[in-house]
Design a protein around this ligand. Structure first.
Ligand SMILES: [Zn+2]
Length: 284
């Protein structure tokens, strides 16, 4: 594991850390402790299952519509005030998120390395952490990731699950022993990975390479090393915020075709077409 790259600290606000060449911004203390406590209370008021042993997800805003492959205009869950209240403070105001997934992660749980679907969501991806800190692992994607995303059955399933509910993908991966699609980064890839501590109440913004080219993950383990100290993990909450692309906006021309779902679909279509031609020539 490498050390995280050194951030640039915003001169006007030392809570804002930026890695401009990667496309990462981390804002410490983005919400207050009071807001954090209110969020946790609101989250559990909505979900009676308060037991801290299992993952809980709540979805707000526009749902994903599998018939139009875009944002559903009819299936919408009102966004609670504890989210709408901080939207005016997001660093990019020109394109605010309209889809929100609030999740509770029991202490010690992880998320396997993945790249969020490119084509269905606008560039800016946000993750607000609260309740507890966690270390997130970043790694530039490589041939292994590209290969995994092209496993026919697997990639379709991943995409659907991930778009619909990130937790479903996570559970599938974690509970499938012997499945050769489980990420097994080779040594070279492992060397390039590094962790960034996301403190409670911090906001992470991913754009550019961090959004399109890097995988992000949370290693399942009981502790994190924060400022040189081993700290036990506690239950963590996160709000993933995305902007769902509308019909004409769906697509991607990023610089990372290896892990780009739009490119993979094009490849598959070309492959299917060439197979069709082969079949046709055989019949002649
Ligand atoms: Zn892409």
């Amino acid at each position: 594991m490498q050390q995280a790259p050194i951030p640039t600290i915003e001169p006007s606000n030392p809570n804002v850390l930026r890695w401009d060449d990667i496309g990462l911004t981390l804002i410490h203390e983005f919400i207050t402790k009071g807001e954090e406590a209110a969020m946790i209370e609101a989250f559990h008021a909505r979900d009676p299952a308060k037991e801290g042993k299992r993952r809980i997800s709540q979805h707000f805003g526009h749902h994903f519509d599998y018939t139009t492959f875009g944002a559903s205009e009819t299936h919408f869950t009102p966004v609670p005030p504890y989210i709408t209240d901080f939207l005016p403070r997001l660093p990019i105001q020109s394109h605010l998120p309209d889809q929100f997934t609030v999740q509770y992660y029991p202490a010690g749980s992880g998320i396997p390395p993945h790249v969020d679907t490119h084509s269905m969501f606008a560039e800016a991806l946000y993750s607000l952490s609260f309740g507890s800190a966690v270390a997130m692992q970043f790694r530039m994607s490589g041939p292994n990731d590209a290969r995994k995303m092209r496993l026919p059955k697997r990639s379709a399933q991943n995409e659907k699950n991930h778009t619909e509910s990130p937790a479903a993908t996570i559970n599938n991966n974690a509970n499938a022993p012997g499945d050769d699609a489980i990420p097994t980064p080779d040594e070279g890839q492992q060397l390039r990975s590094w962790e960034l501590v996301l403190p409670a109440r911090s906001l992470l913004l991913m754009t550019g390479p961090a959004r399109y080219g890097y995988t992000h993950a949370i290693r399942p383990r009981k502790t994190d090393v924060i400022d040189g100290q081993t700290v036990p993990r506690e239950g963590r909450y996160s709000i993933t915020m995305r902007s769902v692309r509308r019909r004409d906006e769906i697509g991607c021309d990023c610089a990372y075709p290896g892990v780009c779902d739009a490119r993979i679909r094009e490849e598959m279509a070309l492959l299917a077409a060439s197979r069709g031609e082969d079949d046709a020539s055989l019949q002649e």
